[in-house]
Design a protein around this ligand. Structure first.
Ligand code: SF4
Length: 366
């Protein structure tokens, strides 16, 4: 059970205020990027941006797994549903529009699309429907991918397969840093992803770019502490990897989860929404598990080039690369709302547009 006093400490105004003062004392002006929808939610909901001194910005990057799943993969899931397959998926993904509508729309048209809360739920549906093909549309970062690997290691029924859309976070950060378009001075790395992959997964970026990187938890004090550590590094002319979330993240990470991933998957280059192809950024089935690969089983054709945004969404791509804010989009809050989302960033609770809509805060981007 989580200690309530721990929660109070990491949400406490007094401690947060002291850290904010120390951030101001550094007098650092910089752009810090995070790559995590949960971080964006915590930052916006708790008003962290309004506490920071002028010139110090936190911008969201590609940290929402629903948002970065490209239209081509949504279209593949919709095609499966249209062809009579039972498509199972985590909740938010149901409403993201592809070129032929969303899974949610297909459900209203009578197709069998179901929300599941774990891959085990999807396997259970496959066992209950032995005469139907059941596909689990697997989205998420390194946090959810081990659960997908686990069900494949557990001998699922033959009528079960996976449309694998998991993504790896460090390759996306590497890509952004190499691109250089976002003027990133420091990075807040995601605590939950790092709990799985360990501090060690960020070391190659540390050695390649020597940029300040701090692994952070999700409470307001966790995030402010990471900002302070980055500001101090910048002030002192240092750039290295630090871990501000030691209560969850070890150097090696979760070895059992990593072993499950290694057993089932290898990695390959892949398209992300808003990006071109990012090297080594998604999981691919090893030969021993290729029978469970929905792409092979149903001969699905996925686009090989990147896409800017969604179908009717002009700016998701730039938002995911830290180059625009929701308020820059002419459709924000008018034509595009959580009830009627035009782009992926408005669908998910972890999407930047959805968060800005719900909590109102302004994502300051110069
Ligand atoms: S407000 Fe809607 S249309 Fe505009 S960028 Fe965000 S998701 Fe896309």
């Amino acid at each position: 059970m989580v200690d309530a006093s721990l929660h109070r400490m990491f949400r406490g105004r007094e401690l947060a205020g002291r850290i904010v003062d120390k951030i101001s004392e550094t007098e650092v002006q910089a752009t810090i990027m995070h790559v995590c929808g949960t971080h964006e939610q915590s930052i916006t909901r708790s008003g962290i941006r309004s506490l920071l001194p002028d010139g110090l910005e936190i911008v969201p990057g590609p940290g929402c797994p629903v948002c970065v799943t490209p239209t081509t993969e949504i279209d593949a899931a919709v095609e499966l549903a249209e062809n009579g397959t039972i498509v199972t998926v985590y909740g938010d993904m149901m409403r993201v529009p592809g070129t032929k509508g969303s899974l949610s729309q297909k459900k209203t048209e009578g197709r069998d699309c179901r929300i599941v809360y774990s891959p085990e739920n999807a396997v259970e549906i496959a066992r209950q429907n032995p005469d139907s093909e059941v596909v689990f549309f697997a989205i998420g970062l390194e946090t959810t991918a081990p659960m997908t690997a686990h069900v494949l290691l557990d001998s699922p029924p033959e009528n079960f397969s996976v449309l694998c859309s998991h993504r790896l976070t460090p390759p996306a950060v590497d890509f952004l840093l190499a691109l250089g378009e976002s003027r990133i001075s420091g990075l807040i790395e995601p605590g939950h992803v790092s709990t799985i992959i360990g501090e060690k997964a960020w070391v190659p970026l540390d050695e390649k770019y020597h940029a300040p990187q701090v692994i952070a938890g999700f409470e307001p004090v966790d995030i402010l502490l990471a900002v302070l550590m980055i500001c101090r590094q910048i002030k002192e002319g240092r750039g290295r990897l630090e871990n501000a979330y030691r209560r969850s993240v070890t150097f090696d990470g979760n070895l059992r989860a990593q072993a499950a991933l290694d057993e089932v998957f290898t990695v390959k280059d892949e398209v992300w929404r808003g990006f071109p192809v990012i090297p080594n950024s998604t999981y691919e089935f090893k030969d021993e598990y290729s029978d469970f690969d929905a792409v092979q089983r149903f001969d699905l054709k996925l686009a090989e080039s990147g896409e800017a945004c969604g179908v009717d969404c002009p700016l998701c791509g730039k938002i995911l690369r830290g180059l625009a804010k929701p308020q820059d989009c002419p459709k924000f809050k008018s034509l595009c709302t959580p009830q009627n989302p035009l782009g992926a960033c408005m669908v998910s609770n972890e999407g930047t547009c959805n968060i800005a809509y719900r909590y109102g805060g302004i994502v300051k981007i110069k």
